[in-house]
Ligand binder design. Structure first.
Ligand code: SF4
Ligand code: SF4
Length: 412
């Protein structure tokens, strides 16, 4: 039976009983219900179209996992020549029961900066993947990679060689420099305070050896956001968050601002902007919006609301926050401000950024326990030890909650 279902306004077909290429999976069928997109629908469609036994086996094993409430995948080692990472191995512990899914390895492929692709490259990648692997792709996984999910070990090298010839490279895995992600940056966003795409590209080129050959205490990840809106979620999901920043005043087009106030009214300005400024540094003077820039914490709220008239200042660069991560040993952590402003205009600025990053990574590798992220190491030994170790001066901007401390007030 083929049923049509609506998933967020998009009609998709799902096959939900026997008589087809697939075996009955009554528990997985439950996951096709509801208004949200279903990964089961996607896998079933792909399996019916490509008739790949591997996909059928994965669905069968998953159904069995739901019945027994047990996972049956285990890791191991699969690599391409010259690479120590980039392929996540998955072998079934119950291959005798479901031989069609005895191996289901994942190739992590690095994304282009800003996730900019052309359609030819994507089509070629899909064709190669359907030829060698399952055809199942996650774009993009939590790692930032393009995840090519489901290939047997014997086919990994040939598949990798083909995508590598087409210009793609494997991402990181294990105790290594991990795949990085950048926002669309100056290519398509007016808020970008530095060229996220260029910095992402240069940094990952520099650390390419550390991506492919794991040699760190644990994983280390850069993420590049062009402004404090942090569209890549760098502060909470990367060890070194690179956030676009300005250090002069917010730029205001007074004529456009007058027009905006006329169009939306003063009450709207007060309710949606002035009262929502986290540090209450916006006021009204003779019907015009005035910002006390020395006490602005660069949250972007006013700029996001009044994009026509406000933009980040002219003196632009980036801030570096260190130590963000999701749950592991000490729980989720946000990055700590390490460098409030770093100029990023020339090749020399890029080289200086890379040198500083290398110094931090070196300090971490010398001082960390095995399997310890840099934020955890800093938490354990103290921020002062870290700053002394990498040669940075302490700054009042590094306190975690400056506005809750009555003795400090930033000058700029
Ligand atoms: Fe634009 Fe800022 Fe988001 Fe980058 S992080 S896409 S610059 S809003
Ligand atoms: Fe206030 Fe945020 Fe605007 Fe700064 S950027 S003035 S803190 S709303």
């Amino acid at each position: 039976m083929v049923q049509i279902k609506k998933n967020i306004g998009v009609e998709t077909k799902s096959t939900s009983c026997g008589g087809t290429f697939l075996h009955p999976t009554p528990m997985l069928d439950e996951l096709e219900k509801g208004p949200w997109p279903s990964f089961i629908v996607g896998i079933k469609e792909l399996a019916e179209r490509t008739r790949k036994p591997m996909l059928r086996g994965v669905l069968d094993q998953l159904e069995y996992s739901y019945q027994t409430k047990t996972g049956y995948w285990e890791g191991g080692l699969v690599t391409a020549y010259g690479y120590g990472s980039g392929v996540i191995s998955r072998r079934s512990k119950i291959a005798d029961k479901f031989p069609e899914a005895h191996e289901f390895h994942t190739l992590r492929v690095q994304p282009a900066p800003g996730l900019h692709y052309n359609t030819t490259m994507l089509r070629d990648l899909c064709d190669t993947w359907e030829k060698h692997g399952s055809g199942l792709i996650a774009l993009h996984g939590q790692t930032g990679d393009i995840m090519l999910q489901g290939i047997e070990e014997a086919k990994v090298q040939e598949c990798f060689d083909e995508i590598n010839q087409a210009g793609w490279d494997l991402g990181g895995a294990g105790p290594a420099m991990r795949t990085s992600v950048s926002c669309v940056g100056p290519a398509r966003c007016e808020h970008a305070c530095y060229d996220t795409l260029q910095l992402h590209y240069k940094v990952m080129q520099h650390f390419a050896g550390d991506v492919h050959r794991p040699q760190y205490s644990y994983k280390f990840k850069f993420k590049f956001s062009g402004c404090p809106n942090d569209c890549t979620n760098a502060i909470f999901r990367s060890d070194l968050a690179v956030i676009g920043m300005w250090r002069d005043a917010i730029a205001m087009d007074t004529e456009a601002m007058q027009g905006w106030i006329q169009k939306n009214g003063v009450d709207f300005l007060v309710n949606t902007v002035i009262n929502r400024c986290p540090t209450r540094v916006i006021s009204l003077a003779e019907g015009m919006m005035v910002i006390d820039n020395a006490n602005c914490v660069r949250c972007m709220h006013c700029i996001n609301v009044i994009t026509e008239a406000l933009s980040p200042g002219r003196e632009r660069g980036l801030a570096i926050l260190l130590g963000g991560k999701n749950t592991l040993k000490v729980g989720a952590m946000g990055g700590t401000m390490i460098v409030p402003f770093f100029k990023m205009e020339t090749d020399e600025d890029i080289a200086a950024f890379i040198r500083l990053s290398e110094t931090m990574i070196e300090w971490w590798n010398d001082n960390s326990f095995d399997h310890e992220r840099i934020g955890e190491t800093i938490e354990r030994v103290g921020l002062k030890q870290f700053l002394d170790g990498v040669g940075l001066d302490a700054s009042i901007d590094m306190v975690s909650r400056p506005r809750s401390n009555p003795y400090y007030k930033s000058e700029s």
